[in-house]
Structures are given as C-alpha cells and as structure tokens.
Design a protein around this ligand. Sequence first.
Ligand code: 4AD
Ligand code: MG
Length: 430
Amino acid sequence: MEQTHIKDFSEKLDQEVTIKGWVYNFRSSGKIAFLQIRDGSGFTQAVVAKDSVEKAAWTAVEEMSQESSVEVVGTVSKHPKKEEYELQVKQLSFIQKAEEYPIGNKEHGPDFLMENRHLWLRAPKQAAIQKIRTTVIMATYEFLLGQGFTKIDSPILTPAACEGTTELFEMDYFDLGKAYLSQSGQLYLEAAIASLGKVFDFGPTFRAEKSKTRRHLTEFWMMDAEMAFYDHEMSMQLQEDLICNIAKSVLEKNKPELEILERDTSALEKITAGFERLTYEQALKELQEKGSDIKQGEDLGNDDEDLIMQDRDKPIFIEKWPADIKAFYMKRDKDNEDIALCSDVIAPEGHGEIIGGSQREDDYETLVKRIKEHKLPQESFEWYLDLRKYGSVPHSGFGYGLERIVGWMCGTKHVRETIPFPRTINRIYP
Ligand code: 4AD
Ligand code: MG
C-alpha cells in the first residue's frame, strides 16, 4: 500500500493507511503496546493489541528497540483524550531492528551529544531547530526577492582576505600560490551590483577564529546583501525590515516547533520596526557607566554586548565605529575621517551581533590608500579596484550570521545546535 505521512492523518480518519518511520519510544503491558512513531513529517502513537494482530507483528513488538525503523499498517483514529490522531495497528514489521541506541531518555552532556550529532539530530528539539532554520532561510529569500534582489553565488575559494588576514583558512592552490576559504562574499557582490543593482548571496563562510565562545563557529552560513545607490541609512532601514519579516515568518510558520523548544514567543512578538540606534560613542559611554572596562577605540566583547542589551528587548544598531578597528572597504564619515559609516545589529537575550554592514568606499584613490594602510596585497584587489574606475556609485551592504539568528529565534544558548554538523576549533567530527 502507498505510504501515508503522519502530517496527513486528519484527511485519513477511519481509513487504513501504511506508514514508515522510526520508533522513538514504546511501552507494553503484555497485551497492548504503545509505540511512539516519527516519520519526518510528524509524530503519532501506534496502538497494538496482541489479540488483533498476527503473531509476527506481536513478536516484533516484543523485540522492539528504540529507533528501529518500521512499516506499520493500521486505521487512523482520534486520540480518546487529546486533539491528536493515532493508529490502530493491523500489521507491523521491522525495516531494520536497531541496536541498542546510545542516546537514551536520560540527560547527556553536550560533548557526548556533539560526538553523536549524527544521531542527536533526530531529537524533537533538534528537528524543530532545523525546521526554524529553513523558515529563516525562506523568509530571507522571500523578503529580498520581493525587494527586487537577484541571487549571486559568490565563490568559496578566493585569492585574498575580505575581513582581515588573521582568521583565514589557507591552502596551496596548484601552481597559483595560496588560496583562502571565503570569509564573506561581499567583495564579489560589489562587482555584481553594477550588473543587477541589488544582489545577495547565501552560503557557507569560514573563519579560522580561535574563539571558543557559544557564538562562534569556524564554518557558518552568511547572507550578504549589497545595494547600488544605497547609503548607510537606507541600508540600516532594509536590515530592520528584513529582521522583522524573519521574526514574523517564524511566529506564523513554526508554532509547533516553538512549543517543542519551549520558546517564549512574546520575546519574538516584540521584534517590530523602530530599532534603537546608538553611535559607538554613546554605546561606549553607556557601557562604561554600567561598569565595563572597555576603552575608547576597543571592539565590544561578548560581555559588553550582553551588558548593553541587559535592559533592552529589541535589537539595536550600534553605528559609526572608529574606522581603525573596522575593515578596509568601509566609507568614512564626511564630517569625521576617523569614523566609518558602518553598523552592527545586536540581538537581545544574549545572542550578540547578528549583522555587520557598512557603506563602501567608492573612490579609487582613497581605496588604494586603505589597501596600503591595511598592508593588503594590492595585486589581489586589482579587480575590486576596477569597480571604482568604471561607473563607481555610492553603495552599501551587510551580512548576517544565519546560526546566530536561528539561535535567537529558537532561544538556544549555543550556535552549535543551530547548524546540522557544527565545526568549531575543537570539533570536525562527525
Ligand atoms: O561582521 P562580519 O564579519 O561582516 C562581514 O563579513 C561583512 N563582509 C558582511 C557584509 O557587509 N556583507 O560578519 C557578518 C555576520 C556577523 O554579524 C555575525 O552574525 C556572523 O556574520 N559571524 C559569525 N557567526 C558565527 N561564527 C562566527 N565565527 C562568525 N563571524 C561572524
Ligand atoms: Mg562584525
């Protein structure tokens, strides 16, 4: 018989169906057994009565093990107490009888779970996080396509750094010298705006960061957006609209998942337009007043980000940072050469910086000067400099970290749970 998916049970009431899935839990009284089954589309309870199934089916029940894969034939019925459907079993057989499953119902430490990530992914919370990740990705595509953006796939193998040379994954590239894994597709998107106006990419990026924090991965997914004729202000407005749309979409599409994750949805309902904007100077002053030892010209640490968000429940922009701690490509404020026209978006609830963006330097001579100041190899950037020779225009862009946004939506503490197979400085397995 054709396979039915559990999510479609409401259309199959009182009908006989076949489902295929995994038994994630079971109990038996000796006469009647209850199997909790997951099939990737949903969860259901299969009720097996010894007297109403053939001997082979009951033998399978007696030999049942957690995470065995099974094929079950039965009739869809309404759960006697809950607003759910269940299956009254007629036939049941193993597809594969599982060996003793290493992840039990007891508590396991994070290292054990990470070592068994290939199995842990099956847990309801982990599955819920991946569903929300899909919503965040789709909401981003929908929003940007609605704004007239074109998707440009930037390369992963690159000849030069984008975000500073200290965090590069390096490799030998045939006879051509060194190549590096991309830290951000931004520079390539800047080329594409002269062809398509507004563009974005979305893919894996790499940072050989020695940071062991709960916000850092060595491989993570970034969405970069780049817009011709957008100044710093217009870019910030777009970022705010994008974030609000993502939160709205998660609230609309992922009610069951947010419930599984026990996420406080009122926190997500607060993500509405009108993000507060602080300059770096204002943020610095506030932090010092709150007891941080941050000094003028220093970057905000994780603790500073948490401290500044302590009394805030909506994301904020911190803009206009000291140029000398920011990337070479950022345009400077026309009223103050020492300040970059850039911003970070900081999420509430301890999720830290989710977006970094800026207006870009569009003048050829100034950009050459910056490349020299940053001691970057100019020959690798000739193509990038060309963009300032042939119809240069004011433009801006930003990049978001997918895992940090998903972590925030889900309320998960550590970003490693938001990506299927996390890579950190001390994990490359599985
Ligand atoms: O702030 P970043 O470094 O900005 C750029 O790379 C720009 N070129 C983007 C652009 O303008 N197109 O990185 C962007 C975002 C950060 O705000 C953060 O959310 C995330 O990427 N991110 C990380 N996420 C997880 N692990 C890491 N090691 C991350 N580093 C950055
Ligand atoms: Mg940043």
